[in-house]
Design a protein. Structure first.
Length: 103
């Protein structure tokens, strides 16, 4: 099992949710977050043109299979390349080693 985490600006929430559903993710959670960026720092993760920014963002996450998680990241990469948006969608996958069981 994998934990897929996707970060985006709030304005793209519906498009990202549609992308998740189109790649096979039927259940996910969304959390509102505020992203901060200092002008001098750009590790390749945040928007290059943001300057000293405070951005209303979202974090979507879902527990899924490795296949679906990788498919989703590939789709996100393709969409980012096609749109050339200054606020690209970011995603990463974490391994789930163990989890609580329910009946």
């Amino acid at each position: 099992m994998k934990l897929l985490v996707v970060l985006s600006i709030k304005e793209h929430q519906e498009q990202v949710a549609d992308l998740l559903q189109n790649t096979g993710i039927k259940r996910f959670s969304v959390s509102n977050i505020i992203g901060y960026k200092k002008k001098k720092e750009n590790p390749g993760w945040f928007a290059a043109n943001a300057g000293d920014a405070k951005t209303n963002s979202i974090m979507l996450f879902s527990f899924t299979t490795e296949e679906i998680a990788n498919k989703t990241i590939s789709k996100i990469d393709k969409c980012n390349e096609e749109t050339q948006n200054p606020f690209p969608v970011h995603a990463f996958i974490l391994d789930i080693e163990n989890f609580s069981k329910f009946l």
